[in-house]
Design a protein around this ligand. Sequence first.
Ligand code: 5AD
Ligand code: SF4
Length: 434
Amino acid sequence: MKYCIVTYGCQMNLHESEKIAGVLRGEGYTEAGEIGEADIIVFNTCCIRENAENHAFGNIGALKKLKREKKGLLIAVGGCMAQERGKAELLRKKFPFVDIVFGTHNLNELASLIERKRKERKAVVSLKEERGETEDGIVPVRTSYPNAWVNITYGCNNFCSYCIVPYVRGRERSRGAEQILEEVRGLVKEGYGEITLLGQNVNSYRDGDVAFPELLERVARIEGNFRVRFMTSHPKDFSAELVRVMKENPKICRHLHLPVQSGNNRILALMNRRYTREKYLEEIALLKREIPDCEVTTDLIVAFPTETEEEFCDTLSLVKEADLSSAFTFIYSPREGTKAAQMEGRIPEDIAKDRIMRLVEAVNANTREKSAKYAGKTVEILCEDYDGKKGLYLGRDQYGRMGYFASGTDMIGKFVKLVIKEANGISLYGEIAE
Ligand code: 5AD
Ligand code: SF4
């Protein structure tokens, strides 16, 4: 029996799919080479923006035919969209051939839901309210060697006015520090070269007296040849202590993903972000003063309700002023049940599209400018894959830049020093240093 998992959304979801795979392995399934071979297909969905949902809707719909042709095929839909208010019923109505619908707090139950479905004819729908679950007992099937994701927190308490995450992921809860350290020690022993600590808001991690900077430091002091990343950070919880820990522990990548969302104070207040442009700039200044080579990346939203051209320009100018090396850029997408969805002053689509295009151009210009400085330099990358089309190995340096190189032997999982010959947009091309 074979499984296939289709994942939408962020790294949290990708890692969660590794846990879903762990549950399915426990049930005797092995991974299918392609979707047509699978006996169970699981969709792990995302609902952060409307287009993520539309994507999933389209692909689930496309399975109707396969379901009719293949007797005994099970289709399960889980994740954020399934947990969203009213969406489970909508999924059931639109796709009556779906066998199992499960939310974000039911992973521990997935095996028993499959059992139940095998016995019952009708669909099994199981949605729970969050009650402090942390998915601790599940052993994931890791798919991203040499990087390993490790959850440190689940859920979010921030309620940014545009964001649906707190509603579908529940209140923030932290895993025990000892448990996290044990997991990382095991991964390093297995040969993972990069550990990424994951949480919606890692800076507010707390287990008793252990806050995030201490946890990070303890992870970085584990013996072995590896590096550590973490995401996502919130500017309101940024601290000098975090900067100290990053500075003093060379295993921590000199890269901070610090979503700012907007460069304008009125919009930041409407977004309920609880910091100002000035505070954000001060944080970056402190970081770069202490760790001059540290790179900062961010998330940006354009066309939040009532955003004026002038206010959008504050976001544009922040890219340069904060020296952001790259950014994920989004057009605001109203999410039912959030505060912002009730706000007046929606920005017309043509204006929103124009703004995002100008923003992407500004971000790319900055990225290119920074990449160009790499030519002739030596960088260390962790080789993660082989690109068959290019005939080159690839990997990232600690700042998150992708480097390509040729090699006659398999380099995946190895740290490699490259002399950069060419910087092309966001990618670097180099040769192995002698
Ligand atoms: N519309 C557009 N972008 C959003 N994000 C979160 N919610 C929305 C929304 N409703 C973006 C934020 C966040 C990233 C993960 O997704 O920038 O940091
Ligand atoms: Fe959403 Fe804000 Fe929480 Fe991030 S911090 S998940 S944007 S509510």
